[in-house]
Design a protein around this ligand. Structure first.
Ligand code: ADP
Ligand code: F6P
Length: 324
């Protein structure tokens, strides 16, 4: 029988994502309504090690559901990857009476949570990343806002690209995952969509595609390039040299991580935040919350981290057919 949970902590870790604030709000308010105290830990695991810990009340999370970023701040913390760092994390939790911890972040952050739970601190993870690359869940907080931000920006680039009859390479985020590129590629009607999971690095195919499209009278050529493919600027130079068509690269960058979360991100974050608080208050540990087949569910972290995710083949094939 697990010991009674009196106080839980909440932190955000890794890359920020729109909707993290809605998740923090839900964790705080649901835990308090369950009769459990909440402490906010600033700057992810780095803030835990630095003991940057504040009491959270219902009003501490007022007026944040609509805001991008994370009010707690986030960080990447190399020290937490070490045994010493993790032992220090456990010591700080115990010192501050933190019986359980909600970690909002990506896969890396889950590994930190897993390490703490192995050392006796109850942990629950919430998927917070714009990349949609966590295998145990069909949805990750921030994805919807990021793709809508990127889609609107790509529409704007397309306008000027058509006016000037140029080719445009637009790089979207996703170091290891092509979901943002796939969704925007389809939604923006891109002519080429380059995903880290699928790209064969044969640039000649793209060049041929551009030349053929121009012959057919197309005024623009939009290439959506996932960050994991990279080299957008040099690719633009090579394509211009090979096709004789003016080619420009636009790297959308961090604008995709910011901005007011969409309704979908606020909603998923709110339900996942409440769910995480509930299972932690019940004394569960080493769990991650997810959304699978239309339901909010939780998995063992080990099981979740062992799962694999790939670009769905049918969706990828459709993206190629529609871009013809
Ligand atoms: P994300 O959570 O978005 O995947 P990172 O991979 O950068 O982002 O991980 C966020 C933080 O989680 C890292 O800076 C580190 O503090 C912690 N972390 C990552 N991997 C591990 C690990 N294997 N063991 C312990 N902590 C880890
Ligand atoms: O995890 C989200 C993400 O935006 C990735 O797509 C990107 O590769 C990474 O974060 C960049 O993170 P940073 O530059 O903040 O370390």
């Amino acid at each position: 029988m697990s010991k009674e949970i009196k106080t839980i902590g909440v932190l955000t870790s890794g890359g920020d994502a729109p909707g993290m604030n809605a998740a923090i709000r839900a964790v705080v308010r649901k835990a308090i309504s369950n009769g459990v105290k909440v402490k906010g830990i600033k700057r992810g695991y780095q803030g835990l090690l630095n003991e940057e810990i504040v009491d959270m009340e219902k009003h501490s999370v007022s007026d944040i559901i609509q805001r991008g970023g994370t009010i707690l701040g986030t960080a990447r913390c190399a020290e937490f990857r070490t045994e010493e760092g993790q032992n220090e994390g456990v010591r700080v939790c115990r010192k501050h009476g933190i019986d359980g911890l909600v970690v909002i972040g990506g896969d890396g952050s889950y590994r930190g949570a897993q390490a703490l739970s192995r050392k006796g601190i109850n942990t629950v993870g919430i998927p917070g990343t714009i990349d949609l690359d966590i295998a145990c869940t069909d949805y990750t907080i921030g994805f919807d806002t990021a793709i809508n931000t990127a889609m609107e920006a790509i529409d704007k680039v397309r306008d000027t690209s058509s006016s000037h009859e140029r080719c445009s390479i637009i790089e979207v985020m996703g170091r290891n995952a092509g979901y943002i590129a796939l969704w925007c590629g389809v939604a923006n009607g891109a002519e080429d969509i380059l995903l880290p999971e699928k790209y064969d690095y044969d640039e000649q195919k793209i060049v041929n595609n551009i030349i053929n499209n121009r012959k057919r009278g197309k005024k623009h050529h939009i290439i959506i390039n996932a960050e994991g493919i990279g080299h957008s600027t040099s690719m633009a130079r090579r394509i211009e040299a090979a096709t004789g068509i003016e080619t420009r690269a636009t790297i959308l960058g961090y604008m995709q991580r910011g901005g007011n979360p969409t309704c979908k991100d606020r909603y998923y974050a709110s339900i996942m935040g409440a769910y995480a608080a509930d299972i932690l208050c019940e004394g569960k540990s080493n769990r991650v919350v997810g959304y699978k087949n239309g339901e909010f569910v939780d998995f063992d972290i080990e099981e979740a981290l062992a799962m694999e995710k790939d670009i769905p083949e049918y969706q990828y094939l459709v993206s190629r057919v529609l871009s013809m």
